[in-house]
Write a protein that binds this ligand. Structure first.
Ligand code: DGL
Length: 268
């Protein structure tokens, strides 16, 4: 079982923020990544649709013979926090580890959460933080244009469209004087330079992709399931791989051409 891959999925490119970290901290693991590029974005869809998509994504990964499944997607994690029973496999999500780190680093107890509309209306991050720290103030903001920006390659902090969109969405959090911001959607770390520029050096950004990778490593270690002989990552998408290959290649810093396979997710 140790030698089986870690299965990771997201609606598109966002989960790569977890994959990138995972490759660094767990270089001897096999990773199978699925990005549901044919159906992205998830964040403006109904709960029923998001759960149906998440189950199909997870069933595809299970069919590939993985040892655990990571929903590297804030939206799925918020709407379907526990699919392990219905899937019959170890399943982890992004909300818990991300909140844990935010609670640890905030000094003023004023935390901003940004995410998709589905994530923000579920209040998943806020509920978890206030369960533990009812005295903390949590300010939530959905940023529905961030995912389409990232999926279309608009991540450069100097790009006028990126700068203005970030400024517009973050204004309420700036006004609320938060000292910590949870990037509650795994796509958002790709915009972290622009977000940092807008919020200033004194605000700490919590990267949900990175926290998910660290938590996955901890879980595998605890369960004695770490691999020491894996050989890297394989990538699958549900639409033409071209766009994914270009942007993923830039983000992961390697040539991804002809390394991404298209599958029919409706079969699962
Ligand atoms: N990366 C997903 C998340 O973390 C993106 C959601 C979407 O597809 O809208 O929420």
């Amino acid at each position: 079982m140790k030698n089986e891959a870690i299965g990771i999925f997201d609606s598109g490119l966002g989960g790569l923020t977890a994959v990138k970290q995972m490759i660094e901290i767990l270089p001897n693991e096999n990773i199978i990544y699925f990005g549901d590029t044919g159906r992205v974005p998830y964040g403006n869809k109904s709960r029923e649709t998001i759960i149906k998509y998440a189950m199909q994504d997870a069933r595809f990964l299970k069919h590939m013979g993985v040892k655990m499944i990571v929903a590297a997607c804030g939206t799925v994690s918020s709407v379907a926090p526990d699919l392990s029973e219905s899937l019959g496999i170890m399943y982890s999500t992004v909300v818990h580890p991300t909140c844990y780190t935010a609670m640890r680093v905030t000094k003023a107890g004023r935390i901003g959460v940004i995410g998709t509309s589905a994530t923000i209306s579920s209040h998943s991050y806020k509920k978890r933080i206030q369960q533990k720290h009812p005295e903390y103030e949590v300010f939530e903001q959905d940023c529905p244009l961030f995912v389409p920006l990232v999926e279309n390659g608009f991540t450069d902090e100097n790009d006028e469209i990126v700068r203005l969109t970030v400024k517009r969405y973050l204004k309420p959090l700036k006004d609320a004087d938060v000292d910590t911001i949870i990037l509650g959607c795994t796509h958002y770390p790709l915009l972290s330079k622009a977000i940092k520029n807008e919020m200033g050096e004194n605000v700490t950004l919590i990267d949900s992709g990175k926290e998910t990778a660290l938590y996955t490593a901890k879980l595998l270690k605890e369960k004695n399931l770490l691999n020491d002989s894996g050989s890297g990552a394989k990538f699958f998408v549900s639409d033409t791989p071209f766009n994914f290959e270009n942007i993923a290649g830039l983000f992961l810093g390697k040539d991804m051409h002809n390394k991404v396979t298209q599958i029919d997710i409706e079969q699962y």
